[in-house]
Design a protein around this ligand. Structure first.
Ligand SMILES: Nc1ncnc2c1ncn2[C@@H]1O[C@H](COP(=O)(O)OP(=O)(O)OP(=O)(O)O)[C@@H](O)[C@H]1O
Length: 254
């Protein structure tokens, strides 16, 4: 079996006729944390939109479990997307609903056979999994920024995704909450065996969680490094090493 859960082949990512990144080639293995990095505006979020099926490739293919995502019709694409969990920057929770109700929402849409009580029970389990046991009845406004991210994550986990996508999850978090979120990411990888795709600028996070790193270059508009963090630190292109080694003394303390 193909070890890659998600594979990208000769992908050009962009909008209309505007190519943001081209000739991207990489594979995301089951159970790994795959970090996408690069300077501001290089196209990290754009790539993510292509990976989660929000944006069709300008060229090339995105394969999920060996299946060409965009060669499918809309129904099949939607059914593949059920295996994707996405954590949006602000958690993307409905403010007028409790956390349990927020998490039960995708369950009601995709598992209508579940009773109300079963949905509530599953929501409670997901909240416990992200370190928010007993918070079922709280509203999003009652949460701190870090708790809101965890609640958003619980919702992203509602349908037991095989792959989780995070776009700048530490934005707006203090260093301790950021570290706690990284630890949770590693726990999810290890306990659920989920693959995790993380877009981040945060060096301490990259050092804590990355298995494989992809570096998108702003100038050439394509990938210039792909591999384990250690390999990029030891033998990556100079600009990638500079990126990874900025603030190194602080990192060693992290
Ligand atoms: N909907 C859109 N239509 C056209 N161009 C867009 C659209 N969204 C983003 N872009 C452009 O795509 C380029 C890459 O943006 P993107 O947000 O993907 O970069 P990024 O690496 O995630 O940036 P940052 O690190 O600052 O968040 C930018 O030039 C941006 O203006």
């Amino acid at each position: 079996m193909d070890e890659a859960l998600l594979r990208v082949e000769n992908l050009s990512a962009g909008y209309g006729r505007k190519v943001i990144q081209h000739d991207l080639n990489f594979a995301i293995r089951r159970g790994e944390v795959f970090v996408v990095m690069g300077g501001s505006g290089c196209g990290k979020s754009t790539l993510l939109r292509h990976l989660i099926g929000l944006q069709a490739p300008l060229a090339g293919r995105v394969l999920f479990r060996g299946e060409d995502f965009w060669a499918n019709d809309e129904d099949r694409r939607a059914s593949l997307q059920r295996h994707f969990g996405v954590l949006y920057q602000n958690g993307a929770l409905w403010s007028g609903m409790t956390l349990a109700e927020n998490i039960a929402l995708p369950l009601a849409a995709y598992h209508p056979q579940l009773s109300r009580a079963e949905r509530a029970e599953l929501a409670a389990l997901k909240l416990a999994l992200v370190g928010l046991p007993g918070c079922d009845g709280l509203y999003p406004a009652e949460l701190s920024g870090g708790m809101r991210k965890r609640a958003g994550l619980a919702r992203a986990l509602a349908l037991d995704p095989e792959i989780l996508f995070f776009d700048e999850p530490s934005a707006g978090l203090d260093p301790l909450s950021c570290q706690a979120l990284d630890e949770l990411i590693l726990e999810l990888r290890d306990s659920l065996g989920a693959s995790i795709v993380l877009v981040t600028h945060e060096l301490p996070s990259i050092y804590r969680v990355a298995d494989t790193c992809l570096f998108l270059d702003n100038r050439t508009r394509t990938q210039i490094a792909l591999g384990p963090l250690r390999q990029l630190l030891d033998a990556g292109p100079p600009e990638v090493q500079r990126f990874l080694r900025r603030g190194e003394p602080a990192l060693q303390r992290a």
